[in-house]
Design a protein around this ligand. Structure first.
Ligand code: KPL
Length: 310
């Protein structure tokens, strides 16, 4: 298989369109599928301000036809399993699937369910959409790709390397890792400490540095750190609990001007990814007999808002 052939991107939000346009402008064939068809002519604005135009096949999930070399599922976490259920009957057995979701919920379930190799990707690329035909690549990042059960099949490792190199050539630096589960939890930890709070108070990430919010962030990080220690998941630096504080504050600093994805969802009256981000932490807290009152309170607020019709 050569990944320069045909990529299906299911979920044409900012990340899906960023991946699709980057791959298309580097010569890959890309089909972009969502609930409604988007214009075939799409524009990407790079972080350096360059305009890249590309033509993609755009269609709806219901009308997808043909044989992809790889399917990228780029829906929000809460939409991933529904999209996969709609898609799976139309995919030839053995079609590789790449999961780009935040949190840690659908990844193990879809890894078990999908009839073919499954890779998980986590990225720090920043992007937002500007209308139906334009996506802005706001900031460069890095993408990590791996298999949740790396020992299961050497061919998955080859697939991950091929994909990482296709993405890197397309301008999205990517590399394979053999501990993707830990990497997904690390991103989840950062998202759990930042996203619900900024969504609740409708503030930019950098506002969390203010004296009013700092203690709240610190106590959320402490809850997250205790849960992850019980789960045996280390922060990237391997420094134990202080490493989580350093990591989260570094991300807050680096994304100070960002409107976090969960805040964008709240402002647009959409559901949020709270189940995928806070759900696994609260389940793990329960399993280890740990209290996580701050995380629980934010999860209850986010759940309530959805029950109340947003
Ligand atoms: O990943 C993010 C998000 O918005 O979901 C952070 C790291 C919080 C940056 O805004």
């Amino acid at each position: 298989m050569t990944l320069s052939t045909h990529h299906w991107i299911v979920g044409p939000g900012a990340l899906g369109r960023l991946i699709g346009l980057r791959l298309a402008t580097s010569g890959s064939l890309v089909t972009l599928a969502g609930r409604r068809p988007l214009p075939e002519r799409q524009t990407l604005i790079t972080p350096e301000g360059t305009r890249l135009d590309a033509t993609l096949f755009t269609t709806t999930l219901a009308n997808l036809a043909g044989t992809p070399d790889v399917v990228h599922l780029t829906t929000k976490a809460y939409g991933a399993e529904g999209a996969h259920a709609a898609l799976a009957p139309r995919l030839p057995a053995g079609t590789p699937l790449v999961l780009w979701q935040n949190g840690f919920g659908c990844q193990p379930r879809l890894t078990a369910r999908h009839d073919g190799p499954v890779l998980c990707a986590t990225t720090t690329e920043g992007a937002f959409v500007e209308g139906d035909d334009r996506v802005v690549h706001a900031g460069h990042g890095e993408t990590l790709i791996g298999d949740l059960s790396p020992s299961s099949n050497a061919a998955h490792g080859e697939l991950a390397r091929t994909l990482a190199s296709a993405l890197t050539q397309a301008g999205l630096p990517a590399r394979t890792v053999d501990d993707i589960r830990r990497r997904l939890w690390q991103k989840l930890a950062v998202n759990a400490a930042i996203n619900p709070l900024v969504a609740r108070f409708r503030i930019l990430n950098g506002d969390l540095r203010a004296p009013r919010y700092r203690p709240l962030v610190e106590s959320l990080i402490a809850e997250v750190a205790a849960i992850l220690a019980a789960e045996g998941i280390d922060p990237p630096e391997g420094q134990g609990a202080p490493g989580w504080q350093a990591l989260v504050w570094r991300v807050i600093e680096g994304t100070a001007g960002n409107r976090a994805s969960m805040l964008q969802d709240v402002l647009a009256a959409r559901p949020t990814e709270h189940e995928a981000i806070l759900g696994p932490l609260l389940d793990a807290a329960d399993a280890h007999g740990l209290q996580a009152p701050g995380l629980a309170e934010l999860a209850a607020w986010l759940r309530q808002r959805e029950l109340a019709g947003i």
